[in-house]
Design a protein around this ligand. Structure first.
Ligand SMILES: Nc1ncnc2c1ncn2[C@@H]1O[C@H](COP(=O)(O)OP(=O)(O)OP(=O)(O)O)[C@@H](O)[C@H]1O
Ligand SMILES: [Mg+2]
Length: 402
């Protein structure tokens, strides 16, 4: 039985004690902390990562609505249940707008309280599909940058993301699984003597020492495994090799960033299977939108949709198709936007210096940093965005006529 970890927020000592007592009757629920004001609530939610927060509204300092909003945006995987002596519709609406999952009117009854917590926990688990994984000390994040259209910017994003993560003091390895025409070495100005195709010829007894000897260090701190030097060597690399490489690296690196070729082939499918996050790259032309739609359908059938973030590359205002139109067509929300900035991106590629290093304050670098922050926090998923979108909808609705 999986325990449900609860944080109780109320400025009244007796109420907190009462709630604790009621919850002690259920063996699945465990109270991991208490807070008596909004600021403490946010801090404890971040530190303790509870499954459910019971949140009173009238709190000194930061009120319960503001604390709920902060927790629902900053602590993914934690659901908030608002508790209040006021049961008016206006309170209920406000609670929904800030992202609360349920609302209980005081005085609280034991059965209601326990059932609500269990229900919210069940829904939250289904929603993220990842709570189990999140609670385990995850050794490594595997991030695959994917897209079934050539030239959409997969390598540009993978390389600059890896370098940004390394700048954030993470231990990062970048794998070039675009096995025929991989160009990570060019992006990083590296000159590989040996590549993944030679690695596959090393027999069965691979160990970390051997694999590490194939990784090329970049000045940013990123280590890179280059793609084969010739397209015909790509066929030496089997999905079993991909699996072994990822599994070996998982114990030694914080982030494994993978660049891919634009196909659903065996090796890419293996990388997607083993990924904890997938960045699917979108561009605003009809051909790419059609490809992304088909890719999303396939990712859904492979049950990979809940780890997919859609990243729009070369976003600009004059593309003839609006982002909202694309999102509606795809039935999927865009998590990150990277602007088109040829004057920075193309010379960076030609010089072999990632632009997040050479131009850290450029718009395109800032955008990669934002995507990197989504990756670091493991948020920016369709469901997170949908809540945000609903919130915006409510905000617009209630602010009409202001
Ligand atoms: N945001 C951007 N602004 C301007 N140019 C860009 C941007 N993103 C990518 N490019 C340019 O587009 C070209 C293709 O980018 P990239 O090689 O990253 O795509 P890819 O998806 O990896 O392509 P392939 O499928 O061939 O591997 C490169 O010349 C790159 O400099
Ligand atoms: Mg590429």
């Amino acid at each position: 039985m999986e325990l449900i970890r609860v944080l109780i927020v109320d400025d009244n000592d007796d109420t907190r004690r009462n709630i604790c007592q009621m919850l002690s009757f259920d063996e699945q629920i465990v109270v991991v902390g208490e807070a008596n004001d909004g600021v403490e609530a946010v801090q404890k939610a971040q530190d303790l990562q509870p499954n459910v927060v019971l949140m009173d509204i009238n709190l000194p300092g930061l009120d319960g609505f503001s604390a709920t909003e902060k927790i629902t945006t900053d602590v993914p995987g934690t659901a908030v249940v608002v508790t209040s002596a006021q049961g008016e519709k206006e309170y209920l609406r406000k609670a929904m707008m800030v992202g609360a999952r349920d609302f209980l009117v005081k005085p609280l009854r034991k059965e209601d309280l326990i059932n609500t917590i269990k229900n919210v926990f069940k829904i939250e688990n289904k929603r993220t599909g990842q709570n189990d994984i999140k609670k385990m000390p995850r050794k490594s994040e595997v991030i695959t940058v994917f897209g079934t259209k050539g030239g959409v910017g997969k390598t540009t994003i993978a390389v600059n993301l890896a370098v940004y993560l390394a700048k954030c003091k993470q231990k990062v390895v970048l794998l070039d699984f675009d096995l025929q025409f991989g160009d990570i070495s060019i992006f990083l100005n590296l000159y590989p003597r040996r590549t993944i195709s030679e690695l596959t010829q090393e027999g069965d007894a691979w160990d970390m020492e051997l694999l590490e000897s194939y990784l090329l260090p970049h000045i940013s701190g990123v280590k890179a495994l280059p793609a084969p030097s010739r397209p015909e060597y790509a066929e030496l690399v089997m999905s079993g090799h991909i699996e072994e490489i990822i599994n070996l690296l998982k114990d030694h690196y914080d982030y494994i960033v993978i660049d891919t070729s634009p196909f659903f082939n065996d090796t890419n499918l293996t990388a997607l299977d083993l990924s904890t996050q997938i960045l699917l790259v979108l561009a605003m032309d009809l051909a790419t939108i059609k490809n992304v739609k088909l890719s999303l359908e396939l990712l859904e059938s492979l049950q990979h949709l809940n780890k997919t973030k859609l990243i729009l590359n070369r976003a600009s205002d004059d593309m003839g198709i609006t982002i909202a139109d694309a999102e509606e067509t795809l039935n999927f929300l865009v998590a990150g936007h990277i602007p088109s900035e040829g004057k920075i991106v193309v010379p960076a590629l030609n010089e072999g210096i990632p632009f997040v290093l050479s131009h850290p304050t450029a718009k395109v670098s800032k955008a990669i940093q934002e995507v990197g922050n989504l990756v670091l926090k493991d948020n920016g998923y369709q469901e997170d965005l949908r809540i945000k979108q609903n919130k915006n909808f409510f905000t617009r609705l209630f602010n009409r006529g202001d």
